[in-house]
Write a new protein. Structure first.
Length: 111
């Protein structure tokens, strides 16, 4: 059986942080640069553009790789892997547990 390879993916199946070989298989690949800028780098209130980007990303075969790339490289702007900048942000800081509250083991001292 003959195998045709395009050499657009690492042969090991592992990917380095800087690897962008997945991009040529993205649904947005080949888009006009100005259109891509408008759709994938919208302002926070550009709801139509954000929806358009999410729709395109929704059926993109390399969505996971695209999102991983954005997270690994701490990309702050744009829609990557179908998530906006705000959606990729880690959850807000949770204060350290002080032993008080649900399931706490706070020791009571005798008066
Ligand atoms: S997930 Fe979206 S931004 Fe990423 S390659 Fe696919 S279409 Fe482009």
């Amino acid at each position: 059986m003959r195998h045709i390879t395009t050499h657009d993916a690492p042969t090991t199946g592992l990917r380095s942080i800087g690897d962008t070989s997945w991009h040529t298989r993205g649904a947005c690949h080949g888009m006009d640069a100005e259109d891509a800028d408008a759709v994938f780098f919208p302002g926070p209130r550009d709801h139509e553009e954000i929806a358009e980007a999410k729709e395109l990303c929704g059926w993109c075969p390399v969505r996971r790789e695209c999102l991983d790339f954005a997270l690994e490289n701490v990309l702050k702007e744009g829609v990557w892997g179908g998530l906006t900048e705000a959606e990729r942000r880690p959850p807000q800081h949770v204060p350290p547990y002080n032993g008080v509250g649900r399931g706490g083991t706070r020791r009571l001292t005798k008066p």
